[in-house]
Design a protein around this ligand. Structure first.
Ligand code: DOR
Ligand code: ZN
Length: 351
C-alpha cells in the first residue's frame, strides 16, 4: 500500500463557482486544480462577452482574496440561449474556451436555455470554426420521459442528430451517468465525456434507500449500480475520451434541504481525495493522473500543467460545512472516510 502519490497538477473540466457570497467562500476550494471550465448558469446567466469578462474578474478577485499566491486559471464558458447568434460567438471567442448547452428547464438556472437545438446550428458551426468546445447537459426535459431515462433518451433524440449536423465541432457530454452515455461517447468521433467524483462513488440507493439524502441529489440523477460500474470502468480505463469534471455545485443547506431541494453536490475541496480512494480501491491508482491531469487537457488542446500535487494518506478529513454569508454549504460525503489529502492544499484550510 502506497501512502504518497505525486501526479501532474489536475484540471477540473466542469465547475460551478457561483457568485457573490458563495463564490467568495468556495473559490479557494478548487485550488488543487490548475484550471477549471467555469459554468455560466448564474442568475442572470452569462450570455455575452462583457458578462464573461466581468465574471472572470470576480472569480480571480475571490481566489486572490482567499489565497494571494495561488495560481488558478478560470476557463470561461458562454451560456447558450435561443437568442445566441454567430456574432455572439465571434465576440466571446477571445475570452471563452467553450459554450454550454442547457436544454431549457433541464436543471438549476436553465430557464433561459435552448428550446430548439436544431435552430442553433449556425451558432454551433461558428463555434467549430472558432475552435470553441460545446459542453452539453445531456438530458431531455420532456416530462413524459422518466427522470432516470432522460440522459439515455437525449443521446438518440438530440445528441446523435446534433453530432451529424456539425461534424467538426468538439463536443463534451458532461457528467455522464449511464452505461448508455459511456457507450455513446466511446462510439462517436470528436466526442468526449466528463465524469464527476460523486457519480463514481454513489448510486441511487445512496440517494433513496433507508431515508432520502438530499446532499446526494444531483442532475443527472444518480442511476443504477451497473451504471456506476460502467462509469468506474471508463474513468479507470484506457480510452482518453473520458476525463474529470467535478460538477461541484454548491448550494446553501436551506436550498438543499427545503421542500423542493436544489440539485448539486459540493465536492471540489475533497474531489481529488475521493478519486484517489476510489481508484485505489479498484486497483487503478496508476490511472488517476491520466483521468484528472492529462486526457482533458489533451482533448481541449491545452498544454499539460507544468507543476505537480502530492497526495498523502492520514487521519480522516473532517467534513464540516463551509461557512458563507448566505448560510452553510455542506460538503459531499462519499460514504467512506476521506483519508487522502493534498499536501499544502488551500482547498481545505485547517483540516
Ligand atoms: O446537480 C447539478 N447541479 N446538476 C446540474 O446540472 C446543475 C448543477 C447546479 O448548477 O446546481
Ligand atoms: Zn454542472
Amino acid at each position: 500500500m502506497t501512502d504518497t502519490l505525486t501526479i501532474r497538477r489536475p484540471d477540473d473540466f466542469h465547475l460551478h463557482l457561483r457568485d457573490g457570497a458563495i463564490l467568495d467562500a468556495v473559490a479557494t476550494g478548487s485550488l488543487d486544480f490548475a484550471r477549471a471550465i467555469i459554468m455560466p448558469n448564474l442568475v442572470p446567466p452569462v450570455v455575452n462577452a462583457a458578462m464573461v469578462s466581468a465574471y472572470r474578474d470576480r472569480i480571480l478577485a475571490a481566489v486572490t482574496a482567499g489565497a494571494p499566491d495561488a495560481l488558478f486559471e478560470p476557463l470561461m464558458t458562454l451560456y447558450l440561449t435561443d437568442e445566441t447568434t454567430p456574432e455572439t460567438i465571434d465576440e466571446v471567442a477571445g475570452v471563452c474556451t467553450a459554450a454550454k448547452l442547457y436544454p431549457a428547464h433541464a436543471t438549476t438556472n436553465s430557464a433561459s436555455g435552448v428550446n430548439d437545438v436544431a435552430a442553433l446550428t449556425p451558432v454551433l458551426e461558428r463555434m467549430a470554426e472558432r475552435g470553441l468546445v460545446l459542453c452539453i447537459h445531456g438530458e431531455v426535459t420532456d416530462h413524459e420521459v422518466d427522470i432516470f431515462d432522460r440522459e439515455a433518451v437525449f443521446l438518440e433524440r438530440v445528441l446523435a442528430p446534433l453530432r451529424a449536423r456539425v461534424p467538426d465541432l468538439k463536443i463534451v457530454l458532461e457528467h455522464l451517468s449511464t452505461r448508455a452515455a459511456i457507450d455513446f461517447v466511446r462510439g462517436t468521433e470528436g466526442m468526449a465525456g466528463t465524469i464527476t467524483a460523486h457519480h463514481l462513488v454513489i448510486d441511487r440507493n445512496d440517494l433513496l434507500a433507508g431515508g432520502i439524502r438530499p446532499h446526494n441529489y444531483c442532475l443527472p440523477i444518480v442511476k443504477r449500480r451497473e451504471d456506476r460500474e460502467a462509469l468506474v470502468a471508463a474513468a479507470t480505463g484506457d480510452d482518453p475520451s473520458f476525463f474529470f469534471g467535478s460538477d461541484s455545485a454548491p448550494h446553501t443547506d436551506p436550498r438543499k434541504l427545503g421542500p423542493c431541494g436544489a440539485a448539486g453536490c459540493f465536492t471540489a475541496p475533497v474531489a481529488l481525495a475521493i478519486l484517489a480512494h476510489l481508484f485505489e480501491a479498484v486497483g487503478a491508482l496508476d490511472k488517476l493522473e491520466a483521468f484528472v491531469s492529462d486526457q482533458g487537457a489533451a482533448f481541449y488542446g491545452l498544454a499539460p500543467n507544468p507543476d505537480t500535487v502530492t497526495l498523502t494518506r492520514g487521519a480522516p478529513v473532517p467534513l464540516d460545512p463551509i461557512v458563507t454569508a448566505d448560510g452553510p454549504v455542506t460538503l459531499f460525503n462519499p460514504g467512506f472516510d476521506i483519508t487522502w489529502r493534498v499536501e499544502g492544499s488551500p482547498a481545505l484550510p485547517g483540516r
